[in-house]
Write a protein that binds this ligand. Sequence first.
Ligand code: LP5
Ligand code: MN
Length: 250
Amino acid sequence: TGRVWIASDIHLGPGTPATAAAFYRFLDQARAQADVLVLCGDIFDVWIGDDYALDAPPEWLATALAKFRQAAGALQLWLGRGNRDFLIGPALADHIGARLLPDPVILRTDAGRLLLAHGDQYCTADRSYQRFRRIVRSPAVQAAFLKLGLGLRRAIADRARRRSMQANRDKPAGIMDVENDAVRRAFRQAGVRLLVHGHTHRPAVHRLDLDGQPHTRIVLPDWDYDHAPEPRGGWLQIDAAGPALHQAPK
Ligand code: LP5
Ligand code: MN
């Protein structure tokens, strides 16, 4: 497969120009150095339907789409969906020349097979989130939402973001991380030794023993050059030499 780069949680939107600029520098570098670029969810701060992007996108989004298309002209671009942009669909993927990935998905790389996920599905201690997730991932609810006008969809999404931010302020940090049981189950079910995910914004390489075998869980960083005290972002490179986390330049 050649050199695979994986990034997640960029949260592109109208209010984060510095993050977008840093991410576009990363896309240029990926075009020159990677064969496959995988974005595994929360690429956008929120996604309310592909029609929003394709008929009359606002300027920040038109720029993002052009950058993605340009990247997809030079490498294979694969898109996974996260808890904020799970409504990304085939129309967007077609438009930018990307391929949509299921979540989770097993990828074959030069370093072996790995399980790639956004990561929110493993935060099983967060019961209120998992309840919310079941509702918004139901095809009937999504179909009904996508029939609403864009203004109403936007208002509902803003409301959900605000409620979520309020809820997060009150949640103990522990329940916003993945649960070991969920991770072990995912490893066993996939029969792989490497899990890569984002979502928790806690970049790290975790080693664990499972059934007497060493396993590795790599957590991707989120990107924030607009509001964080120190700009941050990064990606995972995987090639025959194995996986390596890279920090984006400040
Ligand atoms: O995203 P992040 O990291 O801040 O927080 C997540 C969890 N929150 C979410 C919600 C998203 O931020 C917003 C999703 C917008 C989707 C756009 C489409 C709109 C609906 C489409 C219907 C098909 O994912 C957060 C986790 C956190 O990760 C860490 O894992 O804790 O979970 C929550 O905060 C959920 C709350 O616990 C409960 C849910 C509150 C939302 C209520 C919705 C109200 C809608 C109003 C409608 C009029
Ligand atoms: Mn997320």
